[in-house]
Design a protein around this ligand. Structure first.
Ligand SMILES: [Zn+2]
Length: 293
């Protein structure tokens, strides 16, 4: 009997924040204007949780400390529905702006708040806007000291705001004494470059391109694809305050079709959490691979 090809279980990650925590809002509106915008994160995240239940998918939810503090029931619901809770920092201030001491305070405050609300340990961390860069060399040590065991802040693509275009594409232990694992955001190889598939690119690219990218990572690299989405990306009704057109494009492009696209990917691929994907053999960086049944 021929061998059934192995089915790679992919990884879904969700950055739990308000639509106005998007980088475009922060630079176009002042803090006061942002604070006056209505909160929508609870309804948006619950909608996403329902969608995941519908498809039997699990995800890692990188959640802001300020969201956990304001909406503890939402955080408990994420955990009760069998997803992994992880940290997205305190209030979405970029790491390079916080400095080493400010970053330490931010990371510890977020972790303590999330763990207090959820009643369980938080292992993972993802920086707002992937803002760990070559000019923040202290960041990984701060995360390890705070008790994090993995980071997912590296998005290895050429981008005006990200710092490590040539970093390894798959989970690996970081050099140095931190013992920290890095779980980079997923990319597919195309035309000699790393093609991003998450966030704004997820909204911009047509569904067949996204599905083809995930399938190529599973088949050629034999690795899970680490996809990321924001709850606000499934909410075309969110407020649209005035901002420059480049900002508007980056934040709002493809909102109307995002939910349909995510549904198609959830139907076509299996998704699980980062801790589950890393769990079977962390010493060998083995992805979670299961035989097709
Ligand atoms: Zn974020």
């Amino acid at each position: 009997m021929p061998d059934t090809p192995p089915v790679v279980v992919n990884v879904l990650t969700v950055d739990v924040e308000e639509y106005y925590h998007g980088v475009e809002f922060a630079s176009a509106l002042g803090a006061d204007a942002q604070a006056r915008l209505p909160s929508r994160v609870v309804a948006q995240t619950e909608r996403l949780l329902d969608l995941l239940d519908l498809h039997g998918a699990r995800a890692t939810f990188f959640t802001l400390g300020v969201v956990a503090q304001r909406f503890p029931r939402l955080v408990r619901s994420i955990v009760a529905r069998d997803h992994e809770l992880a940290s997205h920092g305190w209030d979405h201030t970029p790491v390079f702006r916080l400095g080493a001491a400010g970053f330490r305070t931010d990371v510890r405050r977020a972790k303590r708040t999330l763990e207090g609300v959820a009643g369980r340990a938080v292992r993972g961390y993802r920086a707002p806007n992937y803002s760990i860069r070559p000019d923040t060399p202290w960041a990984f040590a701060v995360l390890a000291e705070a008790g994090h065991t993995y980071d997912s802040s590296i998005h290895p693509i050429v981008h005006d705001r990200y710092g490590f275009p040539d970093a390894p594409r798959f989970a690996h232990r970081l050099p140095g004494d931190s013992g920290l694992w890095e779980v980079p955001v997923g990319t597919a190889r195309a035309l000699g470059t790393n093609l991003p598939l998450g966030g704004g690119f997820f909204r911009l690219f047509p569904a067949p391109l996204l599905a083809g990218g995930i399938a190529s990572v599973n088949r050629r690299d034999r690795q899970p694809l680490v996809l990321y989405v924001h709850p606000w990306e499934l909410d075309p009704q969110q407020p649209r305050p005035a901002m420059p057109w480049t900002h508007r494009f980056r934040h709002y492009v493809g909102l109307a079709g995002a939910e349909r696209k995510l549904q198609a990917l959830l139907a076509a691929f299996r998704f699980t959490t980062i801790d589950h994907a890393l769990a079977p053999a962390p010493a060998a960086a083995a992805p979670a691979v299961a035989r097709a049944s």
